[in-house]
Ligand binder design. Structure first.
Ligand code: NAD
Length: 488
């Protein structure tokens, strides 16, 4: 079957019970192209409570058969879906680019690959995610089964709309749950387009559904009495609301992947080129709209001047990579929309009023679209907002430090705890610092990266729970203990 969706034929409906259907509400979403500011569509479905109820009813109906589907059959559906995502990868990425502005080579291809890989990886787990059994010498055999939760939902952000689907939907479906996806109102098209592939891959009706909408749709899902789990990626403020709604409704399980202000600590004895490359890439990939971007860069005083010079050069070179996301050579596109542009510009403007010294960047690029120069502040006040808040744009802050003790205190002196990096050639120091960081993930001589088979997520206010690896499967299942009396 050929992929029907393109910028000329956008998927704007909901995908419920394996069919594209019109929403019950007359309210619609409007989307704009961040490269030009032009309107893309003003008639994209916004699901209301009736649409959510319809999807939940279809999922409840599908669940008993789906959870009992033989592992090989479920695996084959999931791997076929992964193949279809790859086969249509360019078209899917184009649908993301339209409203996110992310260039294909630097981001779209990576994201589509991540999603396909997540489906393959989790499909591979299906017949390997065994339960447990415990000694029976006390007269009782104990069997522990990993049971799916039922109807689950994923609420995802705009900055990695396709990759995030893989991280949530794949483990949910692999473990026998039904899954309802709520994409961000800023990037709905690549998600809704997957409906055609869901059907073609052979997912039974009601197993994998897509409801476009805004925060109001997300809130209906988070409060729903028949949804047993919400896996959320987005901002800390929304994450807190979701946990509250979950508690106030049916105590549904919640996984939260939230924001960050991740430190990179660069010691005098590091490989300077390596440290510059990783930190410059980290804050400019996807125009800095990455939750685990290294946005606080701390450099030991012995190499501070040298680092600053090279980091500045690297960011100036990055500025040359900013351009129209549709052009082949572009690595860095615009910010996602006007609201994000105003937010990032506001931080930059206020940052120059006594919070730090502007080293490089700080300007809008062109007068059309939402392009901004990669920007660095030095000598930042540690209590200033540019040092303490997540900016979510290509903006980093740099400070020098003297001692390990001092910099660990500053690195950990925040409520964020997603990612951290340490750059040194002293393995003892690297491992000591890595264990002292209060964060879910740490890079040694690297930063802002992830792998499918290792836990992904944050500590403190950066999140609750983990994605990837076996942890994602555990997050979508619950152990059930069966006790067998051997002596009756
Ligand atoms: P957001 O919180 O505004 O929105 C995320 C999703 O939640 C969207 O689908 C939105 O429609 C929905 N939503 C909004 N209000 C809601 C409500 N009251 N109830 C239920 N759902 C609601 O976040 P965003 O602006 O889309 O994404 C940016 C944020 O996401 C940043 O803070 C970033 O750090 C974070 N993020 C974290 C990770 C991670 O894995 N830790 C990954 C990517 C992005």
């Amino acid at each position: 079957m050929s992929f029907p969706w393109s910028p000329k034929n956008l998927p704007k409906q909901l995908f419920i019970n394996n069919e594209y259907v019109d929403p019950k509400s007359t309210k619609k979403l409007s989307l704009y192209n961040p490269a030009s500011g032009d309107l893309i569509a003003d008639d994209v479905a916004l699901a209301n409570e009736h649409d959510v109820d319809a999807a939940v009813a279809a999922a409840e109906k599908a669940f008993p058969a789906w959870k009992k589907t033989p592992p090989t059959e479920r695996r084959n559906i999931m791997t076929k879906f992964a193949d279809l995502i790859e086969q249509n990868g360019t078209a899917i990425a184009e649908l993301t680019r339209l409203s996110l502005g992310a260039p294909y080579k630097a981001f779209g291809a990576f994201e589509v690959g991540l999603c396909a890989e997540a489906f393959r990886y989790n499909a591979g787990w299906i017949d390997k995610f065994g339960g447990e059994s415990w000694p029976q010498e006390d007269g009782f055999l104990k069997i522990v089964r990993n049971e799916p939760l039922g109807v689950t939902a994923g609420i995802v952000p705009w900055n990695g709309p396709v990759g995030t689907i893989g991280l949530k939907a794949a483990p949910a479906l692999a473990t026998g749950n039904c899954f309802i996806l709520k994409p961000s109102e800023k990037t709905p098209f690549s998600s809704t387009a997957l409906g055609s592939l869901i059907k073609e891959a052979g997912f039974p009706p009601g197993v994998f559904q897509i409801l476009t909408g805004d925060g109001s749709t997300g809130a209906i899902l988070a409060s729903h009495m028949k949804i047993r789990k919400v896996s959320f990626t987005g901002s800390i403020s929304t994450g807190k609301k979701i946990q509250e709604m979950a508690a106030k409704s049916n105590l549904k399980r919640v996984t939260l992947e939230l924001g960050g202000k991740s430190p990179a600590v660069i010691f005098d004895d590091c490989n300077l080129e390596n440290a510059v490359t990783w930190t410059a890439n980290a804050i400019t990939a996807n125009t800095g709209q990455v939750c685990f971007a290294a946005s606080r860069v701390y450099v030991q005083e012995g190499i501070y001047e040298k680092f600053i010079q090279k980091y500045k050069e690297a960011m100036q070179n990055k500025a040359k990579e900013v351009g129209n996301p549709e052009d082949e050579g572009t690595n860095i596109g615009p910010l996602v929309d006007e609201a994000q542009f105003k937010r990032v510009s506001g931080f930059i403007e206020r940052g120059q009023k006594g919070q730090g010294k502007l080293l490089v960047g700080g300007q809008r690029i062109g007068d059309k679209g939402y392009y901004i120069e990669p920007t660095v502040f030095t000598d930042v006040d540690i209590n200033s907002e540019i040092h303490t808040e997540e900016i979510f744009g290509p903006v980093s802050v740099v400070r020098s430090f003297k001692t390990e003790e001092e910099i660990m205190k500053l690195s950990n002196g925040t409520n964020f705890g997603l990612m951290a990096g340490v750059f040194t050639q002293d393995i003892n120091k690297a491992l000591r610092v890595a264990s002292d960081f209060e964060s879910g993930m740490v890079g040694i001589n690297c930063v802002s990266l992830m792998f499918m088979n290792t836990p992904f997520g944050g500590s403190k206010e950066s999140g609750i729970g983990r994605e990837c690896g076996i942890h994602a499967l555990r997050a979508f299942t619950e152990p059930k203990t069966i006790m067998v009396n051997l002596n009756y």
